[in-house]
Design a protein. Structure first.
Length: 118
């Protein structure tokens, strides 16, 4: 497994921006697919964005056009740039890694809280 540590969460107002970071260690990072998920109070965890080793990106519909996922393999870090935040983006955000050849994300961080006030 790979160890993942998220940072960058906080309390912001609607319309503001935040950038989350996820630092990875423990195995080769460059071949993993990396993802961001979130879980709001009383709701199930949901997919937010994914970036493959090739750089291809995928987004959940609610965040398309507002969030951008990126990775820096030299720094073993993946980012989530979140713009025009809305109250409904309030959640704990989790970073996840999917090892090459696997169909599920096999490593997870502990999460970082994002709270958007309206």
């Amino acid at each position: 497994q790979v160890q993942l540590v998220e940072s960058g969460g906080g309390l912001v107002q609607a319309g503001d921006s935040l950038r989350l970071s996820c630092a990875a260690s423990g195995r080769t990072f460059s071949t993993d697919a990396m993802g961001w998920f979130r879980q709001a109070p009383g709701k199930e965890r949901e997919f937010v964005a994914r970036i493959n080793w090739s750089g291809d990106t995928y987004y959940a519909n609610p965040v398309k056009g507002r969030f951008t996922i990126s990775r820096d393999n030299a720094k073993n870090t993946v980012y989530l740039q979140m713009n025009n935040l809305k109250a409904e983006d309030t959640a704990v955000y989790y970073c996840a890694a999917r090892q090459a050849g696997l169909s599920v994300f096999d490593s997870w961080g502990l999460g970082t809280q994002v709270t958007v006030s309206s």
